[in-house]
Design a protein around this ligand. Structure first.
Ligand SMILES: NC(=O)c1ccc[n+]([C@@H]2O[C@H](COP(=O)([O-])OP(=O)(O)OC[C@H]3O[C@@H](n4cnc5c(N)ncnc54)[C@H](OP(=O)(O)O)[C@@H]3O)[C@@H](O)[C@H]2O)c1
Length: 286
């Protein structure tokens, strides 16, 4: 089955489920994990210069033998070292990834750059040069967008943020801003309500919805899959990861489950918005 995709504002289609090489794999050799993920059907791989393991991601891609256009590969711009350019950092990433282009190149953190307008111009040049097919941002709030959007020639296609029911209230103004430019949200940390903050206000509704979907699907459904369906209903990309093959298969199987109703999406949203909890990038709340 070809994967579920979300269409971006540049017309390209990003696969809904991405396998991340940060968090659990941060600073570690990701080759075996990524290879396993590709073997069970993952086609979207999420890397970053800051994760320090692009070379192992590249090794796994090469070992998979998959044609280049069968995979979606993302990397993210870290801090740009003194005396280097954005483009040079991307060329160095491509060398490690053993690729001629990445599908998506994101500015990882707005706080790493003093002049976002200049950095965005350099991102645009990477796209013009064909080194990145699509460009975007990560961890950007409205005030970060405002620093470069007035001079942007190309609108970002994606903003990758921590998005789940417990950051939904915080993310609402960002998502509202992005609507006018058709910027797609990609979620990381999306399983936080069950993995890092269990016992929170969405638990009862998550269980009710899980039982409903399980009944309709006629097969076991997990709470994590309901969180995935909640993202899918909002056209949000799910960037996740796992050390376990069974769990990766479970993530991919989310695409085959019945969709949530708009009432179910709204109820999870409403209960989620009653608290705020983030696992990553705490500076975003300052
Ligand atoms: N742009 C950014 O600043 C940024 C920040 C953070 C992350 N990311 C990206 O997003 C990717 C995924 O991030 P994430 O790890 O936060 O994703 P996540 O989807 O929230 O969590 C995945 C983790 O949850 C565990 N898990 C899943 N289901 C579980 C269950 N039912 N019970 C217990 N544990 C369960 C998995 O462990 P098992 O190994 O046990 O399955 C895995 O380590 C990263 O690798 C990175 O690529 C980006």
């Amino acid at each position: 089955m070809s994967p579920h995709t979300i269409t971006l504002n540049d017309g390209r289609k990003i696969p809904f489920i991405g396998f991340g090489t940060g968090t659990a794999l941060y600073g570690r050799d990701a080759e075996a994990s990524v290879q396993r993920a590709i073997e069970v059907g993952v086609v979207h791989l999420d890397g970053a210069q800051l994760y320090g393991n692009e070379d192992s991601l590249g090794a796994a891609i090469a070992a998979s033998g998959r044609p280049r256009d069968a995979l979606w590969v993302t990397t993210k711009l870290g801090k740009v070292p003194e005396g280097t350019t954005v483009r040079e950092t991307l060329v160095a990433s491509l060398k490690k990834l053993r690729l001629e282009y990445v599908d998506l190149f994101l500015i990882h953190m707005p706080i790493h750059h003093a002049d976002l307008a200049a950095v965005w111009r350099a991102m645009e040049e990477c796209k013009d040069a064909g080194l990145a097919r699509t460009i975007g941002v990560s961890n950007f709030r409205v005030q970060d967008y405002e620093k470069f959007m007035p001079t942007a020639r190309i609108v970002p296609a994606v903003n990758q943020i921590e998005y789940h029911p417990y950051t939904a209230a915080w993310a609402a103004p960002i998502i509202e801003y992005q609507k006018q430019f058709n910027i797609v949200t990609a979620s990381y940390g999306g399983l936080t309500p069950i993995v890092r903050k269990p016992g929170g206000p969405i638990d009862p509704v998550l269980e009710t919805v899980r039982q409903r979907v399980e009944r309709d699907a006629g097969k076991p459904v997990s709470a994590g899959q309901i969180l995935g369906l909640w993202l899918k209903a909002q056209n949000v990309v799910e960037i996740t990861t796992s050390s376990k093959v069974e769990r990766i298969k479970e993530y991919l199987a989310t695409e085959t489950l019945p969709d949530l109703t708009s009432e179910e999406v709204a109820e999870i949203m409403e209960k989620g918005k009653t608290i705020h909890f983030r696992q990553f990038c705490k500076w975003l709340d300052e």
